[in-house]
Design a protein around this ligand. Structure first.
Ligand SMILES: [Fe+2]
Length: 389
């Protein structure tokens, strides 16, 4: 059996590493960057932290800042039009998951003939081709997108979050600088942090886990598990921010080389229909979905609890598994994760969409990687259970 392992060619990791952005591009033989970011990064001046070192290296970066949360195919198409008009040789995704995923999708779509649609690239299509390389700079800890071969793009016409996978979505390089995360507000810190934890946990229990993804997942859970509360309560805790940032990238490497599973499969439709931020919809589902699969991969879930520091080596697996469930529920309480109901979703609309969401979750393929593979009825039941938390 062969396992294909993928990772960016180079990752600059550490506080202050963003100052070496120009050097990194030069080393890769790239000099005409199009920076893909969001309006907030421009308005807040944060994007200057990237543009300054690029300019110092003699480059004249241009900026596409029209990316939106839950990036859509229409935004990607607008980005590709700009891309085709310039003489760019690299896309730099700068921001949270949305700008990075937009940059990835632009690189993939631009490699196709004009007029191609993003939906042609969704799984099971292998999106291995790119028109130009991608460098990713995450500003949250995080989606891990800087380290993965995935991008998630919403089909605006069909309200569907499409998973797009392949080497075309894998960044050539990444800059992982935790100093960018000090100003991330608590809600986004919590949501993106739980997203990272979910990546590591789902990669670890995935049917597609392998020794390399396990190594990344274990270390990610060790780093993230004890730090989620720290960054929530103490945003200026540099060591906690550093651990979270590295943990998020390692979690990205973990699921890029294994997969995500049922939480992500069910989370994407919630994002598509109700615009709940990605990490938050994962957090809403994580305890119920973990409970659903616990006894189908008890040894794995127990080890995850030990990695996160909530169970010890002497605890029996069943005890460690229970501790994991308690911890996930406790984290949601302490980090003030609302249920879908508390978030303001109308129950009638939720119930009406549950069958569609269950179908979309199954179609994404992610649920089939879960240790306990659900049918549509079981997914509907889980949506029902999660609604009030
Ligand atoms: Fe995620």
């Amino acid at each position: 059996m062969t396992t294909a392992i993928v990772a960016p060619r180079q990752m600059l990791v550490g506080g202050g590493s963003l100052s070496r952005a120009g050097e990194l591009l030069r080393q890769l033989g790239l000099s005409r960057p199009l920076v893909v970011t969001d309006p907030w990064m421009v308005r807040s001046g944060t994007v200057e932290k990237l543009l300054a070192p690029l300019r110092s290296a003699g480059m004249a970066p241009e900026v596409f800042s029209d990316t939106v949360p839950d990036p859509t195919d229409t935004v990607v198409e607008a980005g590709v039009a700009l891309l085709r008009s310039g003489g760019f040789d690299v896309l730099v995704g700068f921001g949270g998951g949305s700008p990075m995923d937009t940059a990835k999708a632009m690189a993939i779509l631009a490699a196709a003939p004009e007029g191609a649609k993003m939906r042609e690239f969704k799984v099971p299509f292998a999106a291995d081709r790119w028109a130009l390389p991608i460098v990713c700079v995450p500003t949250t800890a995080g989606t891990g997108s800087e380290a993965t071969r995935f991008t998630v793009i919403t089909d605006a016409e069909r309200d569907e979050k499409m998973l797009i996978a392949g080497l075309g979505a894998l960044p050539l390089a990444a800059i992982v600088d935790y100093e960018l995360t000090f100003t991330v507000p608590p809600r986004i810190t919590a949501d993106t942090g739980i997203d990272s934890l979910t990546h590591a946990l789902e990669a670890f229990v995935s049917r597609r886990a392998n020794p390399v993804s396990d190594m990344y997942a274990r270390e990610a859970m060790r780093l993230i598990g004890p730090r989620l509360r720290d960054v929530w309560h103490r945003p200026d805790d540099a060591k906690a921010r550093e651990d979270m940032m590295l943990g998020a990238s390692l979690a990205g490497l973990a699921f890029s080389n294994a997969s995500v599973a049922l939480v992500h499969g069910m989370s994407r439709p919630i994002g598509a229909h109700f615009h709940v931020p990605h990490g938050l919809s994962n957090a809403m589902l994580l305890p119920a979905v973990t409970e659903f699969g616990l006894n189908s991969a008890l040894t794995r879930y127990a080890e995850a609890a030990r990695c996160m520091g909530v169970a010890s080596g002497t605890d029996a697996d069943q005890v460690a598994g229970s501790r994991l469930l308690e911890e996930l529920r406790a984290l949601n309480r302490e980090l003030e994760v609302p249920s879908p109901a508390a978030w303001g979703i109308e129950e009638a609309r939720w119930n009406a969409l549950v069958p569609t969401m269950a179908e979309q979750a199954l179609a994404s393929g992610s649920p089939s990687n879960n240790p306990r593979v659900p049918d549509a009825g079981e997914i509907q039941e889980l949506y029902g259970r999660a609604f009030r938390g």
